[in-house]
Design a protein around this ligand. Sequence first.
Ligand code: GDP
Ligand code: MN
Length: 374
Amino acid sequence: MKLHEYQAKEYFARYGLPVQKGVVIERPEQVANLTLRYPVVVKAQVLVGGRGKAGGVKLAATPKEAEERARAILGMDIKGERVTRVLVVEAADIEKEYYLAFVTDRAAGRVAAIASAEGGVEIETVAHTAPEKIARAEADPFLGFPDFQARVVGRRLGFAGALLEEFVKIAATLYRLYWAEDADLAEINPLALVGGHLLCVDAKLVLDDNALYRHAGLPANEEMTELEAAAKKHGLSYVELDGDVAVIGNGAGLVMSTLDLLAHFGGRAANFLDVGGGASAEAMQTALGIVQRKPGVRAVFINIFGGITRCDDVARGIVENPPKVPASIRLTGTNEAEGQKILKDAGIAAGLDPDEGARVAVELARGGAKRGGR
Ligand code: GDP
Ligand code: MN
């Protein structure tokens, strides 16, 4: 789960990492109430990276200018993400930018420290253009990240004396945060030299989804789209794609092959929802509601192979909440005859063959075939 910069900085501050004084606001008029020292930097809070380059990080010399900047940035679309909050921080006079992160290195089976004296740019770029400028060290899971390791990394970055000790303390603290909060990534880019001291000018924190249950009081997960969140609330797994055929199936394998079938017939799924094994009529009803809410859906393909899931339950769900866009339904397996009858009595056509179902769904999305593929 990705956190916003301001949320990550709350963790940073709690652990004692140096951050700028700042406030998050949602409306430009709120700038007037801020008691910050000017100039300030107005920063879009989005979960995607590279905000600076996208125009989401702006310096402002006066409150009037800050309000203008906030007005321009709020509502902005940054790589498909709408800005609803900006973080306003006291601007730092940066002398040099470094990079420091802890990341789960799956290949090594370790937590790795990655650092560079080339900060402020994406580390992937540095890795590409000047890999020799990246220092790397692995933490032993039992020993953690001892100061001597941080010192080796710090020296490689060119630190010495008091500044080296400052770097060591920041690295140790960042590792402590990473470990205690079950992070997957904790990144400071840039870690800036300001007035002879190090300052965390940007903060990125990604928490391990598998460990979220171990932490109380987490901020809301904003990575999910509204529909993903709605599905999750009902215990359904839903994934957004970018075609125009909404897909409902039972079981991950069937759903995957359904996507392949659609592709085979030249169609593209808008999303897919796996109602899982033993889906109830209610689950089916909810599923239909969710997949069709996605803009751009032109047809629905319901592909059910009844096992534990019973076709009559599925059919009841469909009848309770009939598709609002043209639908192709394939319903076979346990209680198939009952299910088919329920649909037929409600005037809804359904077939038994998945290939035929997919072909019809693609045609329906193109506006070709008649509804239901009878
Ligand atoms: P990102 O683009 O999403 O990585 O956002 P950052 O917070 O890292 O900001 C991008 C860049 O803007 C940084 O690398 C800095 O060069 C610059 N920047 C951000 N905050 C400040 C600041 O307080 N003072 C100065 N001088 N530059 C800043
Ligand atoms: Mn950054």
